[in-house]
Write a protein that binds this ligand. Structure first.
Ligand code: IYR
Length: 219
């Protein structure tokens, strides 16, 4: 059966300053986003996380199937089990699976197989992608859709003053088991969320300038 097309007037967002100023201001917020690995134990209330997940849920998706689920974990015992399983995978990664080139690329980040932030961060948001709808129906452009939603989630959390890490212990199958997720969901990304620890440091990285990330075809 084909659902019939219904339309409503667009509810526009109009910034209170000209678009160029709004864009620059937003960049000034975004440029301070960093991946953080040292989290404070300062709590973050559930409602803050809820608003950010709602923002993520405004992402566009293939055929509007919204093929994402955000599992928000605050429970200490669950975080402990996730850390234990993730560190087991990371030990295998650093000792055997990673190529020498990969290890060399990671050296400036100073990462290793120890992941204390998986317990220190007050929340872990585990993002799952749907391989089929809950009704067994098709989903489309799932990686693109979930990637966009995660970008929006990271942006919303950053805008709320919270720090995040995009963490991909590989393989991530243990997350389905620990969190008892249904068979149509696959783990996509694990995101520790919280305030940065006092004195938190991050790698001294530079971002590519505009000219090196863009090309222009002007009329
Ligand atoms: N998952 C590992 C390794 C790792 C891989 C990449 I690509 C990174 O940008 C960072 C880490 C870990 O979390 O240590």
């Amino acid at each position: 059966m084909t659902a019939c097309r219904r339309v409503v007037p667009l509810a526009r967002y109009v910034p209170d300053v000209p678009s160029r100023d709004a864009a620059r201001r937003f960049y000034d917020v975004q440029r301070l986003r960093r991946s953080v690995r040292q989290f404070s134990s300062r709590p973050v209330d559930r409602e803050t996380i809820e608003w950010c997940v709602l923002s993520a849920g405004t992402a566009p998706s293939g055929a509007h199937k919204q093929p994402w689920r955000f599992v928000c974990v605050q429970d200490g015992e669950t975080k402990r089990r996730i850390r234990e399983a993730a560190e087991a995978e990371e030990r295998a990664f650093y000792a055997r699976r990673a190529t020498p080139e990969w290890l060399a690329d990671l050296a400036p980040l100073g990462t290793d197989d120890s992941k204390p932030f998986l317990e220190q961060a007050p929340w872990l948001i585990v993002v799952f992608k749907l391989m089929k709808g809950d009704d067994g129906g098709q989903v489309y452009y799932v990686n693109e859709s979930v990637g966009i939603a995660v970008g929006m989630l990271l942006t919303a959390l950053h805008h709320a003053g919270l720090a995040t890490l995009t963490h991909t212990p590989s393989p991530m199958g243990f997350l389905s088991e620990v969190l008892k997720r249904p068979a149509n969901e696959r783990p996509y990304l694990l995101i520790p969320v919280g305030y940065p620890e006092d004195g938190c440091v991050v790698p001294d990285l530079e971002r590519r300038p505009l000219a090196s990330i863009s090309a222009w075809v002007e009329g």
